[in-house]
Design a protein around this ligand. Structure first.
Ligand SMILES: C[S@@+](CC[C@H](N)C(=O)[O-])C[C@H]1O[C@@H](n2cnc3c(N)ncnc32)[C@H](O)[C@@H]1O
Length: 254
């Protein structure tokens, strides 16, 4: 377990690592994403058990439970898991690192949504995580990874500072930079009230390009099935061009 990161998590008040802040955002999306995931399950064939890796506050797990799936969520941040357990039930969640998942059960599908997989920075971390996904799936199980599309970020030059009003007069300043050598996106956020700095934090994400993602999945033993493009509003079965900010890859364990 990465204790340094967990320590940082609990310090941040405004970041995506704060369960209360994140829950509102996650809840808005979970229902429509689960609707889309069910379309994918139907197209590619999947059973009724789902593991959500980097489950955050548990909204996707909850949406699947309501549809009678056996759903389970793991997240590296104990605060997220405590929040999810309190809201949706102890038995459905556990603290865990995607690089070290060891669960008793195997699943028909693994989902990994919103800036989770991009926490795998190095080649070794990526392969460790994909090997864990492979081990945690039943035969013919699906892995579905959703992440930002760096090609579109580059095309649209999304690397300038901009101000965003958050709430109650708190200003969020976003800056994105690229570490070209290590293929990383460095996101910096600062929060001000009346020009006084309240908090600032940095998040580092691996930029995954579609063909390397396919290569990594195949190297871990998966069969590549398809890519889907998505906007901030969501995904659809018809959107197969990778021309917007989000992308999603589907693969199968043989
Ligand atoms: C932006 S949130 C996404 C939460 C949720 N999947 C969603 O769609 O809203 C990213 C989550 O990834 C989790 N995370 C980061 N690194 C992780 C790791 N190594 N293993 C498991 N979870 C991780 C964080 O704790 C955080 O809850």
């Amino acid at each position: 377990m990465d204790n340094k990161r967990i320590k940082n998590f609990s310090k941040t008040k405004y970041s995506i690592d704060n369960p209360v802040m994140w829950h509102a955002e996650e809840q808005k999306r979970a229902k429509s994403e689960v609707y889309f995931l069910e379309r994918l399950f139907k197209k590619y064939g999947s059973g009724k058990s789902v593991l959500d890796v980097g489950c955050g506050t548990g909204s996707h797990v909850n949406a699947f439970l309501k549809k009678n799936y056996a759903a389970f969520g793991v997240d590296i941040n104990p605060e997220m898991i405590a929040f999810a357990k309190k809201k949706f039930g102890n038995q459905h969640f556990a603290v865990g690192d995607m690089k070290q998942i060891q669960l008793k059960n195997r699943f028909d599908a693994i989902i990994c949504f919103r800036s989770v997989f991009v926490n795998n920075i190095t080649h070794q971390e990526i392969m460790q995580t994909l090997n864990c996904f492979f081990q945690s799936l039943n035969k013919k199980g699906l892995v579905i990874i959703e992440l930002f599309n760096p090609i579109v970020l580059i095309q649209k030059k999304k690397f300038n500072a901009k101000d965003v009003e958050v709430a109650n007069g708190i200003k969020e300043i976003r800056e994105e930079a690229v570490d070209e050598r290590n293929q990383l996106l460095i996101g910096r956020r600062s929060y001000y009230k009346n020009n006084k700095l309240l908090e600032k934090w940095t998040i580092t994400s691996r930029m995954f390009f579609p063909q390397e993602l396919k290569f990594y999945l195949e190297s871990a033993g998966f069969v590549f099935l398809g890519f889907y493009g998505g906007s901030w509003e969501g995904f659809s079965m018809k959107h197969t061009q990778l021309d917007d900010f989000r992308m999603l890859v589907v693969a199968r364990k043989p």
